[in-house]
Design a protein around this ligand. Sequence first.
Ligand SMILES: *Cc1c(COP(=O)(O)O)cnc(C)c1O
Length: 376
Amino acid sequence: MTSTNSTVQTLIRGIIRDDVQALSAYHVPDASGFLKLDAMENPYRLPAEIQQKLAQRMAQVDLNRYPVPSYAGLKTALSQHFGVPAEYDVVLGNGSDELIAILSIACARPGAKVLAPIPGFVMYAMSAKLSGLEFVGIPLNADLTLDTPAMLAAIREHRPAITYLAYPNNPTGTLFDEAEMEEIIRAVGDSGIVVVDEAYQPFAQRTFMSRLPEFPNLVVMRTVSKLGLAGVRLGYMSAASELLQEFDKVRPPYNVNVLTEAAVLCLLENAEVFEQQAADLRAQRQQLSIQLAALRGVTVYPSSANFLLVKFTDSEGKAGQSPSFADQVFTKLVERKILVKNVGKMHDLLHSCLRITVSTAEENTVLLKALQQILE
Ligand SMILES: *Cc1c(COP(=O)(O)O)cnc(C)c1O
């Protein structure tokens, strides 16, 4: 046993990249028995009638066959439903996480760099580093808006192959200024692509998709995860077709499985259910935001997503240092079986902040009552 272990250790040291050995695995907490407000999941289940339709469609899928790697039917349905401009194709991913990995691999020329505002979506930096690209993070302003002069200076200095702008941003919920984003897309010009990541589009209702024809270096990325299908794992991105063809070469040919394909095709025929749920969550976001802001020591940042970034300070208005006041609130929420995301250590700008997914009126009330007790 011991000798096997030491052989395995030698093997790891000999073959696994140093940077991979130094990584800690992406940590997903065990949430069984918890009110789960940490991962921007849609809290609603499918109506019984649609569950029935879905079950029938799934039962007919040819599980013995590989997917047809062109995914023509699914692509057409997605394009029509989500407003991909005519003449524009899409590339599909096993979640947009895979699309980010595909972009990194395709652009990993020696010395190539990736630029994004920070704090931002962690996979941009993670995926860049795993592909051997240098990641350059530019801090947001104190109010979590884009520091556009700093972004423009970084573009001049680093000539990034990929620039990511999440619209709206995760974990802040900020919808960056559209005119400033245009300035960045133009400044990058023909030296790189700008990926506008619209994971939260159903809650922001703003998009660059219709503007693809204006910007040859623009890639618009979406996912069905936050809309209510996180378990299905499907992302899509659109861009100039010659660019997409290059990215598609890197995509594993059968990356979207036949069950995902059939499920999304079926559910897009019943998309009004998800539109209604998104509308409800937008209304809940508004209400929860007002209710949270009324609590002592709580600051709620403006959000165009299905989560709220919330800063906590104590009765003297202090955020405290390790543990911060938000760390204490987080622990007390966990004791009450409520799980939110403690983002305080991700970046100085997020000190003493928690990220809370907006849920149903009932679940939001459970959270509010718990916070009232904790902050009393
Ligand atoms: C959740 C999220 C994604 C990942 O979506 P998947 O399709 O579930 O992989 C991508 N970008 C941002 C900004 C996100 O918040």
